[in-house]
Design a binder for this molecule. Structure first.
Ligand code: SF4
Length: 244
């Protein structure tokens, strides 16, 4: 399913360069473009520009970006790249919503990479990541049962994650934790990190839902090869503020 205005034009053709002022070029709907401190992943703490696309076909129970489901500003890909350049960070994250629900997200990522940016793509894991430019760093969720969307996990995506990509589990409760532990074991994900075919396994607690000390204890008791992460931007600016 795609939710942008791309129709059936192949993604690579849509990525053909267009002048920033050309309103007929390929476009996306954008909720916000801003720069902030990267709050998650192994890139946490670094200044980063965020390109938040509008729209997501999923409805995770604990979603913290529901304001990106609708609305947004229509921008051509060239305009987006120009806006990102103006903010002046070398690190850019394309996020949402679900960016990969939009056909034109793929050529946007390539255009940002061609412009010299380091590009992270944050995705739910429900859409095929294979067509993404291999220079992009994928930060991909596997949705735990507590999200209400674990049936959307596209398991074949695990075959398309490489040494610069990261896999994230957002954990709501003990049930989610045990599900994650099972997946890590069955899919030999710890071994993949150890051998370098996957960069990291990230564990994020759902904000204000999980006792952090308990989650830390579970991880330590099981010696799970994961990286416990907090959302730094929420610690700095609070949990509900958009644009940070
Ligand atoms: S995939 Fe992301 S944006 Fe979509 S509902 Fe889930 S958390 Fe929200």
């Amino acid at each position: 399913m795609t939710v942008d205005g791309a129709g059936s034009i192949p993604a690579r053709r849509q990525g053909m360069p267009a002048a920033a002022g050309d309103p007929t070029g390929p476009f996306l709907r954008i909720t916000e473009i801003f720069h902030s401190i990267q709050g998650e992943s192994t890139w946490a703490g670094m200044p980063c520009t965020f390109v938040r696309l509008t729209g997501c076909p999923l409805r995770c129970i604990w979603c913290d970006t529901a304001y990106a489901f609708h609305g947004g500003e229509r921008m051509t890909l060239a305009e987006i790249v120009e806006r990102v350049k103006a903010l002046g960070t070398s690190l850019v994250e394309v996020t949402g919503g679900e960016p990969l629900a939009h056909t034109n997200a793929f050529p946007l990522v390539t255009m940002l990479l061609d412009a010299g940016f380091t590009v992270l793509v944050e995705t739910s894991g429900a859409f095929d990541v294979a067509p993404l430019d291999p220079r992009a760093h994928k930060i991909m969720d596997l949705k735990c049962p507590g999200s209400g969307e674990s049936h959307r996990n596209l398991w074949s995506n695990l075959d398309h994650l490489g040494p610069t990509d990261e896999l994230k589990f957002v954990v709501k409760d003990r049930g989610d934790y045990e599900w994650m532990r099972g997946v890590i074991s069955e899919r030999k994900l710890g071994e993949r990190v150890a051998e370098g075919s996957l960069r990291a396994l990230l564990v994020s607690p759902v904000w204000d839902e999980v006792d952090l000390e308990e989650l830390a204890r579970w991880i330590l008791e099981d010696k799970l090869p994961v990286r416990f992460q907090m959302q730094i931007h929420k610690l700095i600016w609070g949990p509900t503020r958009p644009g940070v």
